[in-house]
Design a protein around this ligand. Structure first.
Ligand code: FMN
Ligand code: SF4
Ligand code: SF4
Length: 267
């Protein structure tokens, strides 16, 4: 059997989760493919159609933003729906969400977007790892290690359920209230996030890492200026991965010694 997971990961948590799932599936003697939806991956329409047709089950994995799906994954799911049309028969579909403190509406929203396509949600897990938003708190490595251990257990179990064709929709109920509260406010902040981003000319080395790695192609250089545009999905990748900490938010140059950057669970 072949399991293909389309994923978006701003800073590495979701990539870690899907890689672990792929390892478990392969250890159990099946095929697992991971497909990034970053703009840089340049997925072609035909390629997406073929992946959906050729896979026995399809997964969608992403971080939770404001109790919801990040705009980049929402746009991708809409694209998939437009491309595949109603499938001739039902195909098992799984969703993996990673989050820092409150999960919430990820699976319901995905289910709504998939409605009528034949991609039927049979499994959902959320994996709590850590926040990737700017913070002056050092990363609690011990806590993260425990969460990764729990996450591994959950992903191993998910692999078993997928292979056995068993349903597993788990872990989004109790947090719906918190999700409902943040969900009202965050989408607008995400949509406008690009307006808060900038580059500190004094610390930037013009290495272009931010431009090359932006998953939505929302950063460009114009003369001496860096321009951030509205396709930004607020993933924090540019901020966290700039080698000199030169990306500013609201004009603030956050000193990396005081505001440690987050570069994924294995960094
Ligand atoms: C814009 C934004 C909004 C977020 N909103 C939430 C949230 O509502 N609940 C939560 O638990 N974590 C939230 N987070 C944290 C991420 O979901 C979490 O760190 C995730 O595991 C990051 O995955 P990634 O490393 O694959 O990008 C948010 C992160 C960002 C960048
Ligand atoms: S990654 Fe940082 S140092 Fe490199 S070009 Fe972007 S802002 Fe400048
Ligand atoms: S501009 Fe920065 S925060 Fe926005 S999508 Fe690109 S890398 Fe992510």
């Amino acid at each position: 059997m072949k399991y293909t997971t389309f994923y978006f990961s701003g800073t590495g948590n979701t990539r870690w989760a899907v890689s672990e799932l792929a390892k478990f599936i392969q250890q159990k003697g099946h095929q697992a493919e991971l497909v990034s939806i970053d703009k840089g991956a340049q997925l072609k329409d035909e390629q997406i159609r073929t992946i959906v047709t050729d896979s026995d089950a399809i997964g969608f994995a992403n971080p939770i933003y404001g109790g919801d799906i990040p705009p980049i994954m929402r746009a991708f799911l809409n694209r998939v729906m437009d491309l595949i049309g109603p499938l001739p028969s039902q195909k098992n579909t799984y969703v993996i969400n990673t989050y820092g403190y409150a999960n919430a509406f990820g699976p319901q929203e995905t289910q709504k977007l998939l409605a009528g396509s034949g991609l039927t949600l049979t499994a959902y897990v959320n994996i709590q790892l850590c926040n990737n938003v700017t913070s002056n708190k050092p990363l609690d490595r011990a806590k993260l290690a425990k969460r990764m251990e729990r996450g591994c257990h959950e992903l191993n179990h998910l692999a078993d359920c997928l292979i056995a064709g068993r349903k597993r929709i788990k872990g989004h109920g109790p947090q719906l209230l918190i999700g409902a509260m943040i969900r009202k406010k965050v989408p607008e902040a995400i949509a406008k996030f690009y307006q808060t981003l900038g580059v500190d000319g004094a610390t930037c080395t013009r290495c272009m890492v931010c431009i090359k790695n932006c998953p939505t192609g929302s950063i460009r250089q114009q003369g001496d200026q860096f321009i951030f545009s509205s396709g930004c999905t607020a993933c924090m990748r540019c901020y966290n991965f700039c080698p000199t900490g030169a990306i500013t938010i609201d004009g603030v140059v956050a000193n990396p010694d005081k505001f440690p950057r987050y570069q994924g669970p294995n960094s």
